[in-house]
Write a protein that binds this ligand. Structure first.
Ligand code: URA
Length: 176
């Protein structure tokens, strides 16, 4: 199930240029879930193509992963104004599309706090859960889940960078 091209399920439709759909190969069963499209993603209609995307791609490449080895997606498919965090209501409105994407997932990786809040219901500090494997319920099915830092969080924090790099190695070595 994909959003209607004229989707108006939440207020994010007012400011968007494009709905940003998942990118990658769903047959891999590996899904990296970010927060929301930013300015570049909104223009190019592709997730993680701006600064965060370059960081993510670089870390994936260091672990031997290509974008086509996974699917990259977001909790919400339209850009929040000024790149603010998506609200719970916006995430809930978009959730059926994410659930549908994750139908046959064998691993879901939550990139950052918003994704981990939406997918695990976790409200604490990322440092408490980063790279601790767990499971989430998607469409009534238990799916392996790894919480990790958002690529943007690694810009000034060396430790976050090391943890996100570790996540990429776990994906490459244990799930690919
Ligand atoms: N940040 C995200 O969380 N998602 C994107 O697609 C781009 C930046």
């Amino acid at each position: 199930m994909r959003p209607d091209p004229n989707c108006r399920l939440c207020g994010l439709c007012e400011g968007r240029t494009h709905i940003v759909l998942p990118d990658g190969d769903p047959s891999t069963g590996i899904f990296l879930v970010g927060e929301a499209p930013g300015e570049n993603e909104d223009i190019q209609a592709r997730p993680f193509v701006g600064r965060s995307g370059k960081i993510l791609e670089g870390m994936m490449a260091d672990a031997g992963l290509k974008r086509s080895d996974v699917v990259i997606t977001n909790t919400v498919k339209c850009r929040p104004p000024g790149n603010r965090d998506p609200t719970k209501e916006e995430m809930a409105a978009c959730r059926p599309f994410l659930d549908s994407e994750l139908e046959d997932a064998k691993l879901v990786v939550g990139l950052g706090k918003s994704a981990c809040r939406d997918l695990m219901g976790f409200e604490g500090a990322m440092a408490e859960i980063v790279n601790v494997p767990t499971t989430i319920t998607v469409n009534g099915r238990q799916v392996p889940f790894i919480p990790t830092y958002h690529p943007a969080a690694t810009i000034y924090k060396k430790n976050s960078r090391a943890e996100l790099a570790r996540t990429m190695r776990i994906i490459a070595e244990e799930y690919r």
